[in-house]
Design a protein around this ligand. Structure first.
Ligand code: ZN
Length: 481
């Protein structure tokens, strides 16, 4: 059977979190009553002129620098002409021949290997409005609140080879957008959307096969599912000797299939030309240098530093740099408790498990980094066992109180007083004479049974090392009478 290799490229639209739209002063706030955030410019009324929002350029430059792109110091806007009821001007203002940035990359981690995914270009454009269909009446309504919302389109090279890689790439891209604070990356509200181009080719071949474009991918899960479906569909056609149609397909998340939507448009179908209402944009090197200087330490830089400075594995460093807030949390914790591996394990296990179960983000964590560090100190000092620490952690999460207070009030501190422990051991031995006899006849495995009984008798608070030492001495001592 012929083996095919998928070739995938993604076009991501990320909404930029400016207060106002890209070419007018209307608010970009989500969820307002329909058509209340509109003006002659974004309604496309004759004679209204667009004025570029400087913040949109600044935010796009941040992204371009964070993804190693080359900045085009001379770029311009173009009209992309097409008719649709949610596009009152009859064209969308975008960038075509001279985008703001080209030729960058991001690194993704797949099976503990790093793969570099090229970025063809990043450009700025305006969003269209929204059609609301009411099948009851039946009628379609237009809401132009979204028209003119600033978008950044990030186009990747066809470098992705599997649905998993596409998912990893999208996650990295979204984490960068959030990390450098230019967008919320919220897929449910449509502020981070993706179209996927996918074709197959025989494994040894280097030329590209005919591709299909899949639209309407509004979650990471859907992107991966739609690509998997499309790989199966195209493989079947190719194995039967058929040809793939170049077309735009729509993902149906309910049925889990893609449908043909229309033949794929070529660029010439849009009759692009420079927008005469907007001046060519010249970007000063000094401005770019200023923006570069203000960028925070980026995810990949922090990833590398977590591995070198804190000796974390690539996987752990990857999880902990999943967001800037999580990375900050980890470092706050490690500053107070300088055992990075232990801190990483607790954050990735107990903390992320808890947040996941409660559907919360790290910003909403009920356990402060300093409190987690205090808890780890209590374990390290031998004051509580790891088992008790898990209970304390749960109570910290439920009440937001510091660990030492919980341990003290509930008497959870480990019993390290040898007198008290000896008493507990004596009681356990006295109430299990049969097991004691069998131990002394050579069944030394019963040691574990006695330890368990003593831990139970002390509600898990006995210091395990001391129990082991004292118990061994008593068991191996000759009978006292
Ligand atoms: Zn407006």
């Amino acid at each position: 059977m012929m083996a095919f290799e998928p070739v995938i490229g993604l076009e991501v639209h990320a909404q930029l979190k400016t207060a106002t739209k890209i070419f007018c002063g209307c608010s970009t706030r989500f969820g307002a009553p329909p058509n209340t955030h509109t003006c002659p410019v974004c309604l496309g009324l004759p004679g209204a002129l667009p004025v570029l929002n400087r913040k949109v350029v600044e935010y796009t430059l941040r992204m371009a620098l964070a993804t190693h792109c080359r900045i085009n110091s001379n770029c311009r806007f173009a009209r992309k002409n097409y008719f649709y009821p949610d596009l009152p001007k009859g064209y969308q203002i975008s960038q075509y021949e001279q985008p703001i940035a080209v030729g960058g990359y991001v690194d993704i981690q797949i099976d503990s290997e790093t793969r570099r995914i090229g970025l063809t270009r990043i450009h700025m454009e305006e969003d269209a409005g929204k059609l609301v269909h009411d099948p009851e009446r039946p009628i379609s309504l237009v809401d132009l609140n979204r028209a003119g919302t600033p978008l950044m389109e990030i186009v990747s090279e066809p470098d992705l080879r599997s649905p998993e890689e596409a998912g990893a790439y999208l996650r990295i891209l979204r984490s960068i957008v959030r990390w450098i604070d230019i967008g919320d990356g919220n897929m449910e509200e449509g502020s981070f959307r993706c179209d996927a181009n996918i074709s197959l080719r025989p494994k040894s071949q280097t030329t590209l096969g005919t591709r299909a474009e899949i639209k309407n991918l509004n979650s990471f899960k859907h992107v991966e599912k739609a690509l998997r479906y499309e790989i199966a569909r195209q493989t079947e056609i190719l194995l039967e000797g058929g040809a793939i149609a170049q077309e735009t397909r729509l993902w149906d998340p309910d049925k889990g299939v893609t449908h043909s939507m229309r033949g794929k448009e070529e660029a010439h179908d849009y009759r692009y030309f420079p927008d005469p209402d907007l001046l060519p944009l010249h970007i000063h090197d000094r401005w770019v240098a200023d923006i570069r200087a203000q960028l925070p330490e980026l995810p990949e830089e922090r990833h590398a530093r977590f591995m070198s400075e804190h000796q974390l594995s690539a996987y752990d460093a990857g999880v902990l740099t999943g967001s800037r807030e999580l990375a900050d949390y980890f470092e706050t914790c490690v500053r107070a408790f300088p055992q990075p591996k232990t801190a990483a394990n607790w954050i990735m296990g107990a903390l992320l498990g808890l947040l996941n179960a409660q559907g919360k983000t790290i910003e909403e964590t009920p356990v402060a980094a300093a409190d987690l560090a205090d808890l780890l100190k209590l374990i390290d000092q031998g004051l509580i066992s790891t088992t008790i620490a898990k209970t304390v952690f749960e109570q910290m999460a439920a009440t937001g109180r510091p660990p030492s207070q919980i341990v003290e009030e509930q008497g959870l501190a480990q019993v390290s007083d040898s007198g008290a422990l000896e008493q507990a051991i004596d009681q356990v031995l006295a109430s299990h004479p049969a097991e004691l006899g069998r131990y002394r006849e050579g069944q030394t495995k019963l040691m574990g049974f006695f330890v368990g009984q003593i831990m139970r008798a002390t509600a898990g608070k006995a210091n395990p090392q001391m129990v082991n030492r004292l118990l061994k001495a008593k068991l191996d001592a000759p009978p006292s009478d």
